[in-house]
Design a protein around this ligand. Structure first.
Ligand SMILES: NC(=O)c1ccc[n+]([C@@H]2O[C@H](COP(=O)([O-])OP(=O)(O)OC[C@H]3O[C@@H](n4cnc5c(N)ncnc54)[C@H](O)[C@@H]3O)[C@@H](O)[C@H]2O)c1
Length: 330
């Protein structure tokens, strides 16, 4: 399968492109490197350094490379920034996403897999969260992802598009070759590891949540398990009886508090990690844990690297091998 991967030079995109190649598919990366890195595109994979929101050039890319399916990983994805600058999120994630879908229609590409997020649920009433829980995002990031999911569903009904939305919980870990480099970095595990590298105290966002130790609980999923789910989802869109739209949670189904993650990181690095409790961060629900039954039953997917030791250990190994991040320095 020839797959256009928007955001293929990013964290999750790069590991997924690597897995697509290993599975015998032909990915083409479309990424403007606004938050990603040219060095994160595996050697031998075509990298179109362009903006997916520009319909004409995206359509040309789909046609020129005779693309069968799109994996849409590119997005603006910072919760805090989305609250300060919602226009940027609607313009990129919604309007830009529609430009991508219309480019796909014009080019005759009718299979799409989308990087969605647990943020579409907002503050859920049921834990673990099933896919049919109400979608009530509490920030523009989650709202724009939810809106694009709606577009996928309606494009399925009207135009015969077949799409899968993958609602990731917290991606973590690295492959041997590709890891996580964001600036700014808002994710817990890379921030813990950076504080270890710099020998700095780590500030945690809030210690007064209604959880056993007062810190928020999240569901972490190894990026290699995510990559595997993407390939299964892409293949599912090609089935004769593929639905117009389906959504799947991707998590390990287990929750860990921030302090449990810090303790697991201490075991990986072999020493104590000094922390202090700071104020809460806007837009952080207390508990987010995925119900993963649907992905297991329908896609035959199973997370295989679900321990914090594997996720933090692989991220730590990757960082030690890449102390300056990617060679392009971006
Ligand atoms: N990392 C997580 O834990 C997590 C959790 C839930 C959902 N997601 C979603 O997964 C996707 C990937 O996340 P990530 O952590 O790998 O992010 P990332 O920032 O590392 O990757 C995104 C990539 O998209 C590219 N990009 C952005 N806008 C573009 C544009 N207009 N044209 C072309 N390329 C563009 C960036 O350069 C970058 O390489 C995002 O859609 C994000 O919302 C991530």
């Amino acid at each position: 399968m020839r797959v256009l991967v928007t955001g293929g030079a990013g964290y999750i995109g790069s590991v997924t492109v690597e897995a697509l190649v290993a599975a015998g598919h032909e990915p083409v990366v479309l990424d403007d490197c606004s938050t990603g890195h040219a060095g994160a595109v595996p050697a031998g994979v075509t990298h179109l350094r362009q903006n997916y929101t520009v319909e004409a050039s995206t359509m040309a890319a789909l046609r020129d490379h005779r693309i069968d399916a799109i994996l849409h990983c590119a997005a603006r994805s910072l919760v805090g920034e989305s609250i300060r600058e919602p226009a940027r999120y609607y313009r990129q994630n919604v309007a830009g996403g529609i430009a991508l879908l219309d480019a796909a229609r014009a080019a005759g590409v009718d299979r799409v897999v989308f990087s969605s997020t647990a943020a579409v649920y907002g503050e859920p009433e049921i834990t673990p969260i099933p896919e049919d829980a109400p979608l009530r995002p509490i920030n523009p990031y989650g709202e724009t992802k939810r809106t694009f999911e709606g577009a996928l569903e309606w494009y399925g009904r009207a135009y015969g598009m077949r799409s899968v939305s993958l609602r990731y919980f917290n991606a973590a870990g690295a492959s041997a070759a590709f890891g996580e480099v964001h600036d700014p970095e808002t994710h817990l595990i890379p921030n813990i590891l950076r504080s270890v590298e710099r020998n700095e105290e780590l500030t945690l966002f809030g210690g007064d949540y209604p959880t056993a130790d007062g810190t928020p609980i999240r569901d972490y999923i190894h990026v290699i398990d995510l990559a595997d789910a993407h390939i299964r989802a892409l293949e599912a869109t090609g089935a004769d009886d593929a639905p117009g739209f389906a959504a799947y949670n991707l998590g390990s189904g287990t929750g860990f508090s921030v302090l449990q993650v810090v303790a697991a990181a201490e075991a990986v690095v072999g020493h104590a990690i000094p922390t202090r409790i700071g104020p809460r961060r806007e837009g952080d629900p207390p508990v987010l844990i995925a119900s993963t039954d649907r992905a297991r039953e329908t896609l035959g997917w199973e997370p295989r690297h679900g321990t914090l030791a594997e996720m933090i250990g692989s991220a730590w190994t990757w960082r030690q091998g890449h102390p300056a991040g990617y060679a392009d320095g971006a």
